[in-house]
Design a protein around this ligand. Structure first.
Ligand code: F6P
Length: 323
């Protein structure tokens, strides 16, 4: 089947790097003489036909911009078969030979549903949570991690001056990848992630006590949002030790900002690969990285995969915080 016109959408939580990915898709499409339509507000735009033609002009100078020029949403209407039917008929009406969906697990489930109506779909992983099991890398994680690291480095300055304890809550939904990575990068006193059972006395209180015995006078506790609230953890520290911790919830600041070079380049490669896959008549695939190489897997297979925090990270953390 020849590919003449494709659509691209961003869905779910935004991630820095979505814009370079959209840019790469459009540039690759134009390079091959394919028309490209941007679908606004994720699957909602596909239901309502809210689209715009994308060309060199409207994607210029977005490689360095966070967020997504296509807007994003989590569509309730698309969860129903009626919504999915509407979206599929928009694809037919617009003559779209393929859809490239950029987002996380929810976006991929949506793409899988759309494929049941005969629409060719390719997915690209983009979420700061990095919780998509079939890929080691997802667009936005690197930028979010660097933003969180920068914020915590700043916090450390004031914590050190006042000899305080800081409890910082990092995003990640139900996953601890972001918190673990950030915790290792900032030299945290303790890191709490949902993948690891927490023994509060051993994993937090003892570590602070030990650090104090070693002469430290300020302490940085990093908690993944899925492992508990920073406010509750600070309360528990306060009642166990003679400390008055300060709480920082980094929140949506982690989702913004100019994408890092790594996110820009990988987003560009993934966008390019997605178009090339449609051209070689591949469909229902997720572009991903495994063992440091770009590859692709079937959507359903990708969604069924399981993964956990790497053992090396747990071991390194134990060594780094277990003096
Ligand atoms: O999935 C990305 C993410 O930022 C999660 O880390 C977080 O739990 C959630 O989205 C927040 O969602 P919202 O933007 O709807 O508040």
């Amino acid at each position: 089947m020849s590919i003449r016109r494709i659509g691209v959408l961003t869905s779910g939580g935004d991630a820095p790097g979505m814009n370079p990915c959209v840019r790469a898709i459009v540039r690759t499409a134009l390079y091959h003489g394919i028309e490209c339509y941007g679908i606004r507000r994720g699957y909602n735009g596909l239901i309502s036909g809210d689209v715009l033609r994308l060309d060199e002009k409207n994607i210029s100078h977005i490689i360095n911009r966070g967020g997504t020029i296509l807007y994003t949403a989590r569509s309730d209407e698309f969860l129903s078969p009626k919504g999915q039917e509407k979206a599929a008929s928009t694809c037919k009406f617009l003559g779209l030979d393929g859809i490239i969906a950029i987002g996380g697990d929810g976006t991929f489930r949506g793409a899988e549903a759309l494929s049941q109506y005969g629409v060719n779909v390719i997915c690209i992983p983009a979420t700061i949570d990095n919780d998509i099991c079939c890929t080691n890398y997802s667009i936005g994680f690197d930028t979010a991690a660097n933003t969180a690291i920068d914020c915590i480095d700043k916090l450390r300055d004031t914590m050190q001056s006042h000899e305080r304890c800081s409890v910082v809550e990092v995003m990640g939904r139900n996953a601890g990848y972001l918190a673990m990575y950030v915790g290792l990068a900032v030299g945290a006193t303790a890191v709490l992630v949902p993948e690891k059972n927490i023994d509060f006395e051993k994993d937090v209180i003892e570590k602070i006590r030990q650090a104090r015995l070693n002469g430290f006078t300020h302490y940085m506790i990093v908690v993944a949002e899925g492992a508990g609230s920073a406010a509750d953890i600070a309360e528990k520290i306060k009642s166990a030790l003679d400390l008055d911790p300060r709480v920082t919830v980094l929140g949506h600041i982690q989702r913004g900002g100019s994408p890092t070079g790594r996110d820009r380049v990988n987003a560009t490669k993934m966008g390019y690969l997605a178009v090339e896959m449609l051209l070689s008549e591949k469909s229902n695939r997720i572009v991903c990285t495994q063992n440091g190489r770009f590859t692709d897997v079937d959507i359903r297979e990708g969604l069924s995969m399981k993964r956990n925090i790497q053992a090396i990270e747990v071991d390194v953390l134990a060594a780094m915080t277990g003096i």
